[in-house]
Design a protein around this ligand. Structure first.
Ligand SMILES: Nc1nc2c(c(=O)[nH]1)N[C@H]1C(S)=C(S)[C@@H](COP(=O)(O)OP(=O)(O)OC[C@H]3O[C@@H](n4cnc5c(=O)[nH]c(N)nc54)[C@H](O)[C@@H]3O)O[C@H]1N2
Ligand SMILES: Nc1nc2c(c(=O)[nH]1)N[C@H]1C(S)=C(S)[C@@H](COP(=O)(O)OP(=O)(O)OC[C@H]3O[C@@H](n4cnc5c(=O)[nH]c(N)nc54)[C@H](O)[C@@H]3O)O[C@H]1N2
Ligand SMILES: [Mo]
Length: 761
């Protein structure tokens, strides 16, 4: 067993003292008290800064401390007083650092100087900004534009992202993969086909108007903890909350609000979930089919009895398309198949459906548990079908709510970070900047990886993120990455992607969003879009981590100027001097979404983007909301006949933000001291001849001739459905084949990887 591993099932509510204790531990580790504590009261407040953790909505009337445990961790992590100084690389070669953990690399602190990799000494050496920009520009000029990839992780502001996509397009490519490609791309594919908008339709205030909340595959306690506040209010009003998740995630069960002093003293937690269904991983299409079946049966009974209809027939008739086909499909589905594919009993599904049909206004929340499966698009469209049957779209207090990841990932797409040209108003960009934008489809994340492996990509520019660590198939990607001619990483902290060097590699350190960004016209404001399509201003409040750091807009502008022929229509320098002018440019390109942006960006609670589906206007191929039939009841892989093949879920702990690992405590799951664990249920451990606490080897089942195998997992007996096992991301990414992605969206299917588990010899 791993030396430091402790498994102590957690029976405490989410929130409460535990979160405060964990927060304090982090503060002392990161030596950041003096820098971080004074800024916390400004987190997620009008006039303050928007959290760099998740994308959850920011209320118009915030709590006195509008942050959660994990948002505070993110603040402390960014405002650490530790620095990667020049001497650091004299002491550590890059090859040495490749042996370090994700945690240890980032824990070295903030990057402060631009650096280039120097192969003869195997270290990074400091260069001047001018040298870096000139050299990168000269190299980029020499490549074929479509052989260069411009990746964006979802944290950069709307201003930076707009400049970045324009840079890529002026350069000549739509190769703009983003973190969304690994995340909610499935949403961006499923929702437009069904309801004609690519984003969620629910606004924050609707939690106070809803009658019922459904949740599929989202872990609120760790990944969007501020959503616990509206959930708690809803639960206290008696609103049923029905949760579908293979794991009993603590956040959905009970919550103590650490911001309510009374609750902290009396320790009276609020129960959140009124029903908790431990669906099998990949079983959601079947669950939803079952729920629709119950609705159709009850509607038949109501009609026979002359009682009020269960289906919203007026809505269906006036607003939808494909109802008849869908209903025949529902009628043809069989309970034995639904039970098998979902892992739930008919009674359990009937209970959920009954709660649903007794409510007039229903919000459906979901996360990576739906998007990261082979048939994730079908799962989301089934969820929409369920909502459409009772008119739960375009009604106050009802709607669909994909919970986004990075704090501005949704906004980056809104301002043009997209590989698909039809998602971007290219004609407007052409008119605004007098150039001919590329019209061909660019590379998304999986396609960029395929290109890197195939040798058809020469250069990678990364605006944030930890691409090589976040993508699948690490053992294939890392050697291929070394053949790139150029890699440029704009970053705040050192990570593994910086250590897998290309022929020429630069790391360009930038200001974080929490820091004062002083430009020619004074301190600047940036903006972002939250999960509910509301746009917020954010002002840096802490002093910069170092005197040499540049802002992201400045870095993008300088890279563009060094690379592109001058174009008097693109005032890079004026934009950097005054970000308000970037916002004017954004408004000119997207006049509907960003009307009066400079004036409205300070609106408490953010200003909302108009969403047609909220008004029951349907921008779909049929002009109506479409019922969509799933291609299977199983969202996971098909090789289901072999009981020795397990579905591996790759999970986030409560102590990480993606590849940023704050520490080794997954408090809510009771796992402490190690991330190399394999969660399995007791029967499976026995059935497969394994032992609790023993070491396991995981081998991916794939027929592409590539062997993918990892040792070193300690088996933890865990409450997880049969045939499923869980382990942490990004440690497990070497096990995921690049070709194992969601049909339609190419989102890596990280929530059910086919694996065999064996005792490690
Ligand atoms: N603190 C913190 N906050 C974060 C992040 C972070 O790493 N740390 N990451 C951010 C990002 S980029 C994102 S995208 C979001 C991710 O936030 P989430 O969407 O919550 O993503 P995950 O934690 O990957 O897993 C989601 C949940 O899906 C469940 N699940 C797995 N498979 C299935 C299934 O087949 N069906 C159902 N119904 N459930 C399933 C898992 O048990 C887990 O509870 O959070 C964002 N916020
Ligand atoms: N197996 C598996 N794989 C997954 C997932 C999964 O659930 N399972 N989830 C996927 C998801 S949802 C996502 S979103 C991706 C995440 O993929 P990425 O977005 O690429 O990764 P992050 O870990 O968020 O990136 C962390 C790095 O960002 C840099 N950074 C932090 N703040 C800033 C900033 O303000 N500016 C700049 N320029 N850089 C900054 C730091 O250097 C830090 O090391 O991973 C995906 N991969
Ligand atoms: Mo994400």
């Amino acid at each position: 067993m791993a030396r430091d591993l402790r498994f102590e099932p957690h029976d405490q509510p989410a929130g409460g003292w535990g979160s405060v204790r964990s927060l304090f531990r982090h503060a002392t580790n990161a030596h950041s008290w003096s820098r971080a504590v004074p800024v916390l009261p400004k987190q997620n407040k009008p006039g303050g800064f928007m959290c760099v953790s998740c994308a959850w909505a920011k209320p118009a009337e915030p709590h006195s401390f509008e942050f959660c445990e994990n948002g505070a961790k993110a603040t402390f992590w960014e405002l650490t007083t530790d620095r990667v100084e020049t001497g650091f690389f004299a002491d550590h070669t890059v090859s040495d650092l490749l042996g370090w953990s994700d945690h240890a690399l980032e824990a070295e602190g903030r990057l402060t100087r631009p650096m280039r990799y120097h192969a003869p000494t195997d270290t990074y050496v400091v260069v001047s900004w001018k040298e870096a920009f000139d050299d990168i520009g000269a190299r980029l000029k020499a490549f074929e534009p479509d052989r260069v990839v411009f990746y964006a992780s979802g944290r950069a502001s709307l201003e930076t992202s707009y400049m970045y996509q324009l840079f890529a397009r002026l350069y000549g490519t739509n190769n703009l993969p983003d973190s969304s490609n690994m995340c909610h791309e499935t949403t961006s594919k499923a929702l437009p086909e069904s309801i004609g908008v690519p984003v969620g339709t629910v606004r924050l205030d609707e939690f106070d108007a809803t009658d019922c909340i459904l949740s599929f595959g989202q872990n609120v306690g760790s990944n969007a903890p501020r959503m616990l506040h509206p959930l708690q209010r809803a639960a206290e009003r008696g609103v049923p909350i029905v949760v579908f998740n293979p794991l009993r995630e603590r956040g959905w069960e009970t919550f103590i609000n650490p911001q309510a002093p009374g609750e902290m003293i009396t320790r009276e937690p609020t129960d959140l979930a009124s029903q908790y269904h431990q669906v099998r991983a990949g079983g959601d299409i079947a669950v939803l089919m079952g729920m629709c079946k119950v609705l159709v049966d009850r509607d038949d009974e109501a009609r026979e009895a002359g009682a009020p209809r269960v289906l919203d027939v007026d809505f269906i008739q006036e607003h939808t398309h494909g109802f008849e086909d869908f209903i025949s499909r529902v009628r043809a589905s069989r309970w034995d198949e639904i039970e098998r594919a979902s892992g739930l009993s008919r009674q359990a599904i009937e209970a959920a459906a009954t709660t649903y049909l007794n409510a007039r206004r229903v919000i459906a929340i979901y996360g990576m548990g739906l998007t990261q499966h082979r048939r994730g698009v079908d799962s989301i469209q089934m969820l929409i079908n369920l909502l459409l049957l009772r008119g739960n779209i375009g009604r106050h207090g009802a709607g669909i709510l994909p919970v986004r990841g990075h704090s501005n990932v949704q906004g980056q797409r809104t301002v043009g970070i997209a590989d698909e040209p039809h998602l971007v108003p290219l004609d407007r960009l052409a008119a605004q900047y007098h150039f001919e934008p590329p019209r061909n489809k660019g590379l998304n994340t999986v396609e960029a990886c395929e290109g890197i492996i195939a040798g058809t990509v020469d250069a990678f520019i990364g605006l944030g993120g930890n691409f090589v660590r976040a993508i699948p198939d690490r053992a294939r990607m890392e050697p291929a990455w070394r053949r790139l001619k150029l890699a440029v990483h704009v970053a705040t902290k050192l990570n593994r992607s910086h250590l897998i060097t290309a022929e020429t590699t630069y790391v360009l350190p930038c200001l974080g969003r929490l820091e004062v960004d002083e430009q020619a016209t004074g301190p600047q404001i940036v903006t972002m879009e939250d999960s509910t399509a509301c746009i917020h201003a954010s002002r840096g409040v802490a002093p910069p981590a170092g005197p040499h750091l540049l802002s992201e807009p400045k870095i993008v502008a300088e890279l563009a100027k060094a690379t592109l022929p001058s174009n008097s229509r693109v005032p890079w320098d004026d934009w950097v001097a005054d970000y308000g002018r970037i916002r004017d440019a954004i408004e000119e390109t997207f006049p509907e979404d960003f009307k009066d942006m400079n004036r409205r960006m300070g609106t408490p609670g953010g200003f909302p983007r108009p969403l047609a589906a909220r008004e029951r206007r349907w921008n779909t191929d049929t002009g109506r909301a479409n019922f969509k039939c799933p291609s299977s009841l199983n969202a996971s892989f098909d090789a289901d006949d072999d009981p020795a093949v397990m579905r591996l879920l790759t999970l986030r702990s409560n102590d990480q933000f993606n590849t940023t690992v704050y520490g080794y405590d997954d408090r809510f799951r009771g796992i402490h001291g190690s991330r190399m664990v394999l969660m399995m249920n007791a029967d499976d451990i026995i059935r497969l001849g394994l032992t609790r606490g023993g070491m396991a080897t995981l081998t991916t089942v794939a027929d592409d001739g590539v062997s993918r195998r990892m040792d070193g997992f300690t088996i933890v007996e865990y409450n997880i459905p049969h045939g499923c096992c869980g382990a942490y991301y990004p440690e497990c990414n070497a096990l995921i084949p690049l070709s194992h992605y969601a049909e339609g969206s190419k989102t890596p299917a990280a929530k059910s990887v086919p694996v065999r588990v064996s005792a490690q010899p």
